[in-house]
Design a protein around this ligand. Structure first.
Ligand SMILES: CC(C)=CCC/C(C)=C/CC/C(C)=C/COP(=O)(O)OP(=O)(O)O
Length: 315
């Protein structure tokens, strides 16, 4: 049944894709998408969503495309998903764009991925009317920058500089090249350095200190939803530290390039539904506690007698 539901959603996405090739229909579809988004805004909205965009190569194989086209289709999907998230009011989106493990892929694929990332991010941020700048989205490269070739790093840092101004209030964290364990090791190394140089005391090191010294920075809200596409049910060394406590992990059995508006909307709707139930439960628990605090009649019975009545008209 779950597989059938998945196929229905993929074919619905396909139909939407096909009919959206007509301009008037695109306009009507966008109108309905905005309507859905505006309705969803009346319920709780997650602050931070992370995405493991898995399945680009399988998508390319299934469509008999070149591998690079699979990644390119993945980048197209990402733009749609980002647009939905930011329109809805999600402040931070974090994407696993390149794992340190991905360096084990062929030189050709690594270069394709680096080039794609540089080109797509440039498109997102280069000009004043580019998507990230119009929509006030800060692009941040999060990860072990020492592993990025100099020319690519130079371009990525230029993109960061163009979007990182005070007006930006949405954030796109591009994890590149990244693994969680490398992030945790980086945080521990930074803290050890600070302790050794008397910048902080070891007794003051808390979970928050570890958090603050991670690549992502202290101003990142707790992770609400982590999505992995393609049906694989593992985290592949991503967000191991951040996916804690209240974070919901969603494994969606759809290849990333097929992950579109309806898929991200259903993930967020589910989160929002359970969040509403949780808030309602918390509300009832607090009101029950308040009700319990009402003093019992016996307490009134034991109160001292009231003072004698005095009137201003009768001296
Ligand atoms: C603008 C911008 C930041 C673009 C990002 C482009 C993008 C979608 C990158 C993801 C790359 C990646 C390693 C995907 C995993 O699928 P896979 O290659 O492991 O596929 P498979 O699971 O089918 O082998």
């Amino acid at each position: 049944m779950a597989g059938q539901g998945k196929n229905n959603l993929v074919s619905l996405n396909g139909i939407l894709g096909l009919i959206s090739s007509f301009p008037l229909i695109t306009y009507i579809l966008e109108f309905f998408k905005d309507l859905v988004i505006n309705m969803m805004k009346t319920a709780p909205v997650p602050k931070h969503i992370a995405l493991i965009m898995d399945g680009n190569r399988r998508y390319a194989k299934s469509k008999k495309l070149a591998l690079s086209e699979g990644h390119s289709a993945g980048a197209d999907s990402l733009i749609q998903v980002l647009n939905t998230c930011y329109k809805l009011g999600v402040a931070h989106v974090t994407i696993y764009a390149f794992s340190i493990e991905n360096f084990n892929r062929s030189q050709e694929e690594v270069e394709t991925l680096f080039g794609l990332l540089r080109n797509r991010l440039s498109l997102l941020a280069d000009n004043e009317d580019s998507y990230a700048r119009i929509n006030k989205i800060k692009v941040r490269i999060v990860g072990n920058k020492s592993l990025i070739p100099e020319d690519i790093l130079h371009d990525l840092e230029a993109i960061e500089a163009k979007t990182n101004n005070l007006e930006s209030y949405r954030v796109l964290n591009v994890c590149f090249p990244y693994t969680s364990r490398d992030d945790i090791a980086h945080s521990v190394r930074t803290i050890s350095y600070k302790v050794a140089n008397n910048i902080i005391r070891s007794s003051d090191v808390t979970l928050e200190t570890l958090n603050e010294n991670m690549y992502m920075g202290a101003d990142t809200p707790p992770l609400d939803i982590l999505v992995r596409t393609s049906g694989h049910t593992r985290l592949s060394d991503f967000m191991l530290w951040q996916a804690n406590d209240k974070c919901v992990i969603e494994f969606v059995d759809v290849l990333w390039p097929d992950f579109k508006f309806l898929n991200i909307v259903s993930v967020i709707l589910k989160w929002s539904y359970y969040k509403t139930l949780e808030m309602e439960e918390a509300y009832h628990t607090t009101s029950r506690k308040k009700e319990k605090k009402v003093p019992s009649p016996e307490i009134y019975a034991n109160l001292p007698p009231p003072p004698p009545l005095a009137s201003v008209t009768q001296s």
